[in-house]
Design a protein around this ligand. Sequence first.
Ligand code: XMP
Length: 518
Amino acid sequence: MQSTTRKIWIVDFGSQYTQLITRKSRELGFSSEIVTLESVKESFSQGKKPECLVLSGGPDSLSTDKTDYSFLFEQDLPILGICYGHQIMASHFGGVVAPGTIAEYGKSQIQLTGGHTMGPIPKEFQVWMSHFDHVTKVPQNFKTIMQSDNGLIAGMVDEGSRLMGLQFHPEVEHSTCGKEILCYFYEEVAALKRDWSSTEMLKETSAIVKEVGDAKVLCAFSGGVDSLVAATIADKVIGKNVYCFFVDNGLLRPQDYGHIEILKKETPLNIEIIDAKDNFLGKLKGVSDPEEKRKIIGHTFIEVFEEKVHQFEREHGIHFEYLLQGTLYPDVIESISPHKKGGKSVTIKSHHNVGGLPERMKLKLLEPLRYLFKDEGRKIGEELGLKHEWVYRHPFPGPGIGIRVLGALDNSSIEKVGHSDQILFEELHKAEIYESIAQAFTVLLPVKTVGVKGDGRAYEEVICLRMVSTTDFMTATWTELSHDFLSRVSGRITNEVKGITRVVYDITSKPPGTIEWE
Ligand code: XMP
């Protein structure tokens, strides 16, 4: 997972937010990547090191974790410790970390203390806390620079040694000055220079593709921005050797079928459509458990893809060596079971994008975007000249409507979600708010409610509208929309979608909810 060419290594201690630190750092123009403690140790022993380390938060407590972290502090690197990383830093340099009597979870108010100033950061601001233990005494040479409203040490710095510790999470959107604080550390404390831009990203991703030489490359194409950008980079670099296969799993919305047809017509990509609707829907019949549904969809995708591609190879006398995927950095990190990897964060859902296929088909993996976040992929897409509406299309998950009909699926439930989504999207475009929302969709709830339609009693199902605002999809807030808009969508869905009498709006943020319901 490590490229070792990045300026900043973010050492993962298992926080759910580790990748946000990477994202925010890159948004600020600093190349960064997540590394494990073990890989840092190995790199240091081989004489490889970054220009700066960030120690993430994590679920452990120093009262039970007896790991020797001293090697992290022996390279004379600038280091930022966040939450657990802050406690590790304080403890290493002789400060005191105490088990908390008060847990701090959620939003907290912070003040800069001791007359300390930090560039544009105001004297008082809001942050996101998530900890129990905390630093009660900062080490010698460090000064306390921030405290929380209940009097706990929230930040410390040793400018001479380029070390800073923060008890809160500057990487989380709820921390109002988070980005400025990270920037302050990188520029003022660590004295780093910015090195990350879309031209740099395009150069790096193109170099990854170039390595395949004359080999034939197969692309698992979904039409979403990630596989579209990956395929377009590959097309620019190795041209006709790239073949895109799109699997129609029957779990698509009407708008997705239209989109694929447009891409087939308007891009130079070589797109083959595999119709596997019956296969997927047959296997999903009667299955209601979300993880089981996700696994069936993932396995069926692999089976179908393998069979059709082998058939294509036989018919065209070619042999594919590589599988091109639009896998992004978050997919790579989230899909790997923590226990297998020795990492510490828990798996929330099994995404079906990565895994299985290359081993089974004996294909080497080509993932030019695997070190990039979605917004970085979008920037490259625009640089490549792809149409704005293709690049800014909302994400649509691989399992599609399969995870938006809660419980078991059938043709009628798929139709209800597809139709409701179509109405929602028409209204979003009409109101010109589509792009201000990160993701919008409808979910069919497995309940029936009583209503009145015309003069009669109706006992029908419920559609839930889900619209979220986020830039990273790791955390998200539900989108505030006008009552007028919501009532228009609700009116149209209850009138136009057969079998729906009630529409509700999901007002849950992530965390604690996830974006998808399954
Ligand atoms: P959650 O529900 O985990 O979703 O908050 C975060 C983002 O990931 C998308 N998602 C998926 N995308 N395959 C995908 O390609 C999957 O299995 C999958 N599950 C969730 C979701 O739509 C949201 O954008």
